[in-house]
Design a protein around this ligand. Structure first.
Ligand code: ZN
Ligand code: ZN
Length: 172
Protein backbone atom coordinates (compact mmCIF):
# COMPACT_ATOMS: atom_id res chain seq x y z
CA UNK A 1 0.00 0.00 0.00
CA UNK A 2 1.21 3.49 -0.84
CA UNK A 3 0.02 6.64 0.89
CA UNK A 4 -0.68 9.35 -1.68
CA UNK A 5 0.93 12.54 -0.46
CA UNK A 6 -1.27 14.87 -2.48
CA UNK A 7 -4.36 13.84 -0.47
CA UNK A 8 -2.80 14.46 2.91
CA UNK A 9 -3.56 17.43 5.13
CA UNK A 10 -2.01 18.86 8.28
CA UNK A 11 -4.69 17.16 10.44
CA UNK A 12 -3.81 13.84 8.91
CA UNK A 13 -5.70 10.96 7.40
CA UNK A 14 -6.10 7.59 9.07
CA UNK A 15 -4.76 4.43 7.43
CA UNK A 16 -5.15 0.78 8.25
CA UNK A 17 -3.62 -2.18 6.52
CA UNK A 18 -3.32 -5.90 7.19
CA UNK A 19 -0.63 -8.01 5.54
CA UNK A 20 -0.59 -11.77 5.33
CA UNK A 21 2.85 -13.22 6.29
CA UNK A 22 3.65 -13.88 2.61
CA UNK A 23 3.00 -10.28 1.61
CA UNK A 24 5.97 -8.75 3.40
CA UNK A 25 9.49 -10.09 2.92
CA UNK A 26 11.57 -9.39 6.03
CA UNK A 27 14.82 -10.25 4.22
CA UNK A 28 16.31 -11.65 7.39
CA UNK A 29 17.02 -15.33 6.86
CA UNK A 30 16.55 -16.10 10.55
CA UNK A 31 13.29 -14.22 11.05
CA UNK A 32 9.91 -15.16 9.60
CA UNK A 33 6.47 -13.66 10.02
CA UNK A 34 4.10 -16.20 11.53
CA UNK A 35 0.93 -14.16 11.77
CA UNK A 36 -0.77 -11.31 9.95
CA UNK A 37 0.76 -7.88 10.32
CA UNK A 38 -1.76 -5.25 11.36
CA UNK A 39 -0.68 -1.65 10.87
CA UNK A 40 -2.73 1.45 11.56
CA UNK A 41 -2.23 5.13 12.25
CA UNK A 42 -2.35 8.59 10.71
CA UNK A 43 -0.42 10.26 7.94
CA UNK A 44 -0.18 14.03 7.73
CA UNK A 45 1.58 16.58 5.60
CA UNK A 46 2.98 20.06 6.10
CA UNK A 47 4.09 21.46 2.79
CA UNK A 48 6.34 18.70 1.38
CA UNK A 49 7.05 17.02 4.67
CA UNK A 50 5.11 13.89 5.52
CA UNK A 51 4.72 12.38 8.95
CA UNK A 52 3.43 8.85 9.46
CA UNK A 53 2.52 7.94 13.00
CA UNK A 54 1.24 4.50 13.75
CA UNK A 55 1.32 1.15 15.45
CA UNK A 56 1.81 -2.36 14.27
CA UNK A 57 1.26 -5.82 15.66
CA UNK A 58 2.47 -9.18 14.48
CA UNK A 59 4.46 -12.17 15.63
CA UNK A 60 7.79 -13.31 14.32
CA UNK A 61 9.66 -16.55 14.64
CA UNK A 62 13.38 -16.04 15.13
CA UNK A 63 16.15 -18.60 15.38
CA UNK A 64 17.56 -19.11 18.86
CA UNK A 65 21.23 -18.07 19.04
CA UNK A 66 22.06 -20.95 21.39
CA UNK A 67 20.04 -24.01 20.33
CA UNK A 68 19.15 -22.90 16.77
CA UNK A 69 15.52 -23.81 17.52
CA UNK A 70 12.51 -21.61 16.89
CA UNK A 71 12.20 -18.54 19.10
CA UNK A 72 8.75 -16.96 18.77
CA UNK A 73 8.41 -13.28 19.54
CA UNK A 74 5.39 -10.97 19.57
CA UNK A 75 6.04 -7.60 17.96
CA UNK A 76 4.10 -4.52 19.12
CA UNK A 77 5.55 -1.28 17.89
CA UNK A 78 4.53 2.37 17.96
CA UNK A 79 6.39 4.42 15.40
CA UNK A 80 6.76 7.90 13.99
CA UNK A 81 8.41 8.33 10.62
CA UNK A 82 9.18 11.57 8.83
CA UNK A 83 9.64 11.88 5.11
CA UNK A 84 10.98 14.66 2.95
CA UNK A 85 10.58 14.93 -0.79
CA UNK A 86 13.46 13.51 -2.79
CA UNK A 87 15.55 16.24 -4.35
CA UNK A 88 14.57 18.90 -1.81
CA UNK A 89 17.91 20.75 -1.44
CA UNK A 90 17.30 21.89 2.14
CA UNK A 91 16.19 18.47 3.27
CA UNK A 92 19.06 16.71 1.54
CA UNK A 93 21.59 19.02 3.17
CA UNK A 94 20.19 17.79 6.47
CA UNK A 95 19.66 21.33 7.76
CA UNK A 96 16.00 20.93 8.39
CA UNK A 97 16.14 18.44 11.20
CA UNK A 98 17.89 17.75 14.43
CA UNK A 99 20.13 14.73 14.48
CA UNK A 100 18.01 12.32 16.46
CA UNK A 101 14.99 12.71 14.23
CA UNK A 102 14.79 9.86 11.76
CA UNK A 103 14.06 11.17 8.28
CA UNK A 104 13.46 9.20 5.10
CA UNK A 105 12.91 10.33 1.56
CA UNK A 106 9.82 9.81 -0.60
CA UNK A 107 9.61 10.06 -4.36
CA UNK A 108 7.46 13.18 -4.40
CA UNK A 109 4.15 11.38 -4.90
CA UNK A 110 3.64 8.71 -2.29
CA UNK A 111 5.07 7.02 0.78
CA UNK A 112 5.61 3.27 0.65
CA UNK A 113 3.81 1.99 3.74
CA UNK A 114 4.86 -1.63 3.08
CA UNK A 115 8.52 -0.68 3.24
CA UNK A 116 7.99 1.39 6.37
CA UNK A 117 6.20 -1.48 8.13
CA UNK A 118 8.92 -3.93 7.09
CA UNK A 119 11.64 -1.62 8.47
CA UNK A 120 9.79 -1.11 11.74
CA UNK A 121 9.47 -4.85 12.29
CA UNK A 122 13.19 -5.37 11.63
CA UNK A 123 14.07 -2.52 14.02
CA UNK A 124 12.00 -4.19 16.72
CA UNK A 125 13.88 -7.49 16.55
CA UNK A 126 16.34 -8.00 19.39
CA UNK A 127 20.07 -8.38 18.72
CA UNK A 128 20.17 -11.33 21.13
CA UNK A 129 17.65 -13.97 20.16
CA UNK A 130 16.81 -16.72 22.60
CA UNK A 131 13.96 -19.24 22.63
CA UNK A 132 13.86 -18.69 26.40
CA UNK A 133 16.14 -16.85 28.81
CA UNK A 134 17.61 -20.04 30.25
CA UNK A 135 18.10 -21.90 26.97
CA UNK A 136 20.85 -24.47 27.53
CA UNK A 137 21.92 -24.51 23.91
CA UNK A 138 23.67 -27.28 22.05
CA UNK A 139 26.43 -29.47 23.46
CA UNK A 140 29.65 -28.14 21.89
CA UNK A 141 30.94 -31.71 21.54
CA UNK A 142 28.00 -33.74 20.20
CA UNK A 143 25.57 -30.97 19.21
CA UNK A 144 22.64 -32.48 21.13
CA UNK A 145 19.99 -29.98 22.19
CA UNK A 146 20.56 -29.79 25.94
CA UNK A 147 17.06 -28.44 26.53
CA UNK A 148 15.57 -31.78 25.57
CA UNK A 149 18.43 -34.29 25.79
CA UNK A 150 21.42 -35.01 27.93
CA UNK A 151 24.73 -36.43 26.83
CA UNK A 152 27.81 -38.00 28.36
CA UNK A 153 30.32 -35.59 26.91
CA UNK A 154 32.78 -34.27 29.46
CA UNK A 155 31.28 -30.95 30.32
CA UNK A 156 33.27 -28.00 31.48
CA UNK A 157 30.89 -25.65 33.16
CA UNK A 158 32.93 -22.74 31.93
CA UNK A 159 32.04 -20.65 28.98
CA UNK A 160 34.68 -20.81 26.18
CA UNK A 161 35.48 -17.17 26.82
CA UNK A 162 36.35 -17.92 30.45
CA UNK A 163 38.43 -20.88 29.32
CA UNK A 164 40.44 -18.57 27.07
CA UNK A 165 40.95 -16.24 30.01
CA UNK A 166 42.09 -19.13 32.20
CA UNK A 167 44.67 -20.09 29.58
CA UNK A 168 46.06 -16.59 29.62
CA UNK A 169 46.29 -16.73 33.41
CA UNK A 170 48.05 -20.09 33.28
CA UNK A 171 50.72 -18.83 30.92
CA UNK A 172 51.53 -15.87 33.15
ZN1 ZN B 1 17.26 -21.99 22.47
ZN1 ZN C 1 27.44 -33.90 24.16
Amino acid sequence: MRIEVENLTAEGKPFEQTYAPGELALEDEFAALVSDVRAWGRASRKSDEVRVQGSLQTSVELRCDRCLGPAPMPVNVDFVANFVRAGDPVAEAGELHDEDLEVSVYDGHSVDLDELVREQILLALPARRLCRDDCRGLCPACAKNLNTESCDCARHETDPRWAALAEIKDSE
